[in-house]
Write a protein that binds this ligand. Structure first.
Ligand SMILES: [Fe+2]
Length: 187
C-alpha cells in the first residue's frame, strides 16, 4: 500500500478573518485617499493615520502569475468623511479583461461599478450576497452600514490593479449618509 500525501494548507478561512503564515495584510489610511472623497476639506481635516480599511490576502502563487488565483478579505471600518461613507479607492485591472468575484461576509454596504462604456451602477452588499465583476469594469466597496464591512474576493493572479479611474472622473456615483439611511447619488 502506498502512503497518501496529506498536505497542510497553512491558511484558514475563519469567519471573516484569513489566518495563517502565508496571509499578508495591507492597510489604507486617510493619507492614501487623496482625491477620493468629494469633500476635500473634510478629508484634509482628518488625521492622516486614521485607518479606513485593511485587506488580508492569501497569494498561493506570486502576483502576476498567469493562470493562478489570489484570495482576499477586505475589512472596511464604519464612518464617513463629510457625508460620504468610508470606501475603498476602487480600481480597474491592469489586464483589463480579468473578472473577479466578491461576496458579502458581515456588515452592510454597496459595491459601485462602472463599465468601460461609462455605465455606472450599484449592488447591495450583505452577508451571503455574491457579486460577479466582469472584466473592464471598475469596482469599489462602500461601507454604508454602522458596523465593519467584511467582503471576500477571488481574482486572477495576473489581473493587477490600476487606479486611473480616480483621475478620469471617478465612478459617477457616491453613497452619502442621509437622514433616513444611505443615499445613492449620481454626479
Ligand atoms: Fe479587483
Amino acid at each position: 500500500m502506498t502512503m497518501v500525501d496529506i498536505r497542510a494548507r497553512g491558511v484558514e478561512y475563519a469567519g471573516s478573518r484569513l489566518l495563517g503564515a502565508p496571509v499578508t495584510q495591507l492597510t489604507r489610511t486617510m493619507a492614501h485617499m487623496e482625491g477620493v472623497f468629494a469633500d476635500a476639506a473634510a478629508w484634509r481635516s482628518r488625521g492622516p493615520d486614521e485607518v479606513l480599511y485593511t485587506v488580508d490576502t492569501y497569494a498561493p502563487v506570486t502576483a502576476g502569475t498567469e493562470g493562478g488565483l489570489l484570495f482576499g478579505i477586505t475589512h472596511i471600518h464604519p464612518g464617513a468623511v463629510g457625508d460620504e461613507f468610508f470606501l475603498t479607492k476602487g480600481h480597474l485591472h491592469t489586464i483589463g479583461n480579468r473578472a473577479e468575484f466578491y461576496w458579502g461576509i458581515a456588515g452592510h454596504g454597496h459595491l459601485v461599478l462602472r463599465s468601460a462604456g461609462g455605465e455606472a451602477w450599484v449592488e447591495v452588499v450583505s452577508p451571503g450576497s455574491l457579486h460577479y465583476i466582469p472584466g473592464h469594469t471598475a469596482h469599489r466597496l462602500v461601507n454604508s452600514g454602522s458596523t465593519i464591512l467584511d467582503v471576500g474576493a477571488c481574482w486572477p493572479a495576473d489581473s493587477g490593479h490600476q487606479y486611473g479611474i480616480l483621475e478620469s472622473g471617478g465612478f459617477g456615483i457616491r453613497i452619502l449618509r442621509g437622514p433616513s439611511g444611505p443615499r445613492v447619488t449620481q454626479e
